[in-house]
Design a protein around this ligand. Structure first.
Ligand SMILES: *[C@@H]1O[C@H](CO)[C@@H](O)[C@H](O)[C@H]1NC(C)=O
Ligand SMILES: *[C@@H]1O[C@H](CO)[C@@H](O)[C@H](O)[C@H]1NC(C)=O
Ligand SMILES: *[C@@H]1O[C@H](CO)[C@@H](O)[C@H](O)[C@H]1NC(C)=O
Ligand SMILES: *[C@@H]1O[C@H](CO)[C@@H](O)[C@H](O)[C@H]1NC(C)=O
Ligand SMILES: *[C@@H]1O[C@H](CO)[C@@H](O)[C@H](O)[C@H]1NC(C)=O
Ligand SMILES: *[C@@H]1O[C@H](CO)[C@@H](O)[C@H](O)[C@H]1NC(C)=O
Length: 489
């Protein structure tokens, strides 16, 4: 064999593997809590998010990125690739002291990525169960965890329900966090992890901010510096604005370090919010209808983008295809396994579909043409989407109006009241009517019947919502030195 011929044969063998061996992308997921459609600068210039805006505009804005309407269900779908109504997680969030958790009957995202060779780190809010150690982050595929298990705690003293403490470094209670604002703590830990990361290994960083969920707390400096244009009479909105500005600064710090370490090039960064903004807590989903906890677009359509300058073939545009939060599991695993199908070892019964090929190429149509917003067998409401149509069964939830943020000058003149009342079914054409103003079921009878049948079909696979009530054995002050802790289920 001539040396030239030998070289080509060698290349022939090497080429397919070269793509694989050129390290899998780092995956950085930044999850905001309760951040509404109009709570980001790219949808509302009255909000100070220069870093997120730049990344969104230079990356790919996801204009139809759907989530569940509350925290735990969204996170459950993200981690597992399954609809919450297939796991009993469709009704509200996991409550403090309740025996509820993301089922561990099949592997979730960090477990799969870790098996594929990733270093896996979780920072911030978990809210997917902690009644036993096996449901906590470091037993579910994360090598490290820095944050809190529960919800609704003080940003500085880190005590939540029953005035019990909830902050950990891996599985140890960490009291050094006391007195420090959580957005700063989480940004610092993220930058430390990135600085210490062995760059020969791919990184999966799940940065799940406490911000901008209530309680409304932020160092006054952020409000004074970035939010003096928000009417002082709306103190909630002012605080929310400051909290968002602080979170934007945190994202800047984290991405700066990714850049300094030369990792940004080969990083797929996803930013999204777990649900819409709560309009009674300073959030705004304007011009979308409704609020957090509702099935309206304002509760379920998440301000989202991906940024991956060195990976995506097309950037600087708005991706219009439908994405459901369950899609990220197969999407991120496919990104990690690019070029190596055997590495894609994920459960076959998931509901998510991979958006990777479309995001990579910037192509349409996308792989998803319909999805389930939810089936809640305790609220007894549900909604599905098919093509441009959305069918809602029973009241999608309150507040159900259109709530403009107070920094918008015309806010009061455009606050519409509900035009239709709430018949048993409502049908909207979201392409023509993204603000859900006109129920078209009477004029679109055929579509209505089709979606009703589809809804009934989807409903058949529902498992009953888990809603167990409080377990006395969880009580922090009695059994756990006043710290929310595992060990009672
Ligand atoms: C933490 O701060 C909250 C106010 O946000 C207060 O109600 C609570 O008592 C404080 N807890 C501790 C342990 O300092
Ligand atoms: C970002 O980094 C700067 C400079 O180190 C620091 O002053 C600031 O507090 C950090 N912001 C956050 C949100 O961590
Ligand atoms: C593909 O993935 C499998 C399973 O993770 C692994 O064993 C194999 O070495 C990978 N192949 C290449 C070429 O990297
Ligand atoms: C739930 O919806 C079904 C179907 O319309 C109805 O028959 C039932 O009475 C409702 N139950 C409650 C508790 O609202
Ligand atoms: C919108 O209008 C309703 C009904 O008039 C009112 O109760 C509500 O406070 C208004 N909301 C805002 C944000 O202005
Ligand atoms: C995003 O969706 C909204 C609501 O459907 C629409 O009004 C807007 O034009 C879309 N944005 C872009 C850039 O296409």
């Amino acid at each position: 064999m001539s040396s030239r011929c030998f070289l080509s044969v060698l290349l022939l063998f090497l080429l397919p593997t070269l793509g694989v061996l050129s390290s899998p992308p780092n995956i950085v997921v930044i999850l905001a809590d309760d951040l509404g459609w109009a709570d980001v600068g790219w949808n509302n210039p009255g909000i100070h998010t220069p870093t997120l805006d730049r990344m969104a505009r230079e990356g790919v804005i996801l204009n139809q990125s759907y989530v569940q309407s509350t925290c735990s269900p969204s996170r459950a779908a993200f981690m597992s690739g399954r609809y919450p109504y297939h796991m009993g997680m469709q009704h509200r969030v996991i409550m403090a002291g309740w025996k509820q958790y993301l089922p561990d009957d099949q592997p979730i995202l960090p477990e799969v990525l870790h098996k594929m060779g990733y270093a896996t780190h979780a920072i911030g809010k978990w809210h997917l169960g902690y009644c036993a150690w096996r449901y906590t982050p470091t037993y579910r595929g994360f090598q490290s965890f820095y944050g809190f298990y529960e919800a609704l705690e003080d940003y500085y003293n880190h005590t939540g329900h029953q005035d019990a403490y909830d902050f950990r470094d891996n599985d140890q209670v960490d009291r050094t966090a006391i007195g420090h604002y959580s957005t700063h703590l989480f940004a610092n830990r993220a930058t430390r992890i990135i600085n210490e990361h062995d760059v020969t290994q791919p990184l999966f960083l799940y940065l799940s901010f406490q911000a901008v969920h209530g309680p409304l707390q932020v160092p006054q400096w952020y409000v004074d510096t970035y939010c003096s244009h928000v009417p002082a009479s709306d103190s909630k909105r002012r605080l929310k604005c400051g909290m968002i500005a602080a979170m934007d600064e945190a994202v800047a710090n984290v991405t700066d370090v990714l850049h300094q370490r030369g990792l940004l090039n080969n990083t797929f960064l996803l930013f999204f919010s777990d649900n819409g903004g709560p309009v009674n807590m300073g959030g705004s989903n304007w011009p979308l209808r409704g609020s957090k906890t509702t099935l309206w677009e304002g509760g379920t359509r998440s301000p989202s983008f991906v940024s991956a300058p060195g990976l995506l073939h097309r950037t600087g545009y708005t991706y219009q295809e439908m994405i459901h939060v369950s899609d990220w599991f197969p999407t991120l695993v496919e990104a990690a396994a690019d070029g190596n199908d055997t590495a894609r070892d994920i459960p076959t019964n998931i509901d998510g579909v991979s958006q990777w090929r479309n995001l990579l190429a910037g192509s349409s149509p996308g792989p998803r043409t319909e999805f389930v917003y939810n089936f809640d067998d305790l609220f007894n409401n549900s909604a599905i989407r098919q093509g441009p149509y959305k069918l809602v069964h029973h009241h999608p939830g309150n507040p159900d109006g259109w709530f403009a943020p107070s920094e918008m000058k015309d806010a009061t003149t455009v606050n519409l009241t509900s035009p239709t009342g709430h018949p048993e079914y409502m049908l909207f054409n979201l392409l023509q009517d993204p603000l859900e103003k006109t129920d078209v079921k009477d004029v679109e009878q055929e579509v209505f019947q089709r979606l009703k049948a589809r809804m009934a079909q989807y409903r058949q696979s529902m498992v009953p919502a888990v809603f167990p009530g409080y377990t006395e054995a969880s009580t922090p002050s009695k059994y756990f030195n006043n710290v929310w802790s595992p060990g009672w289920c």
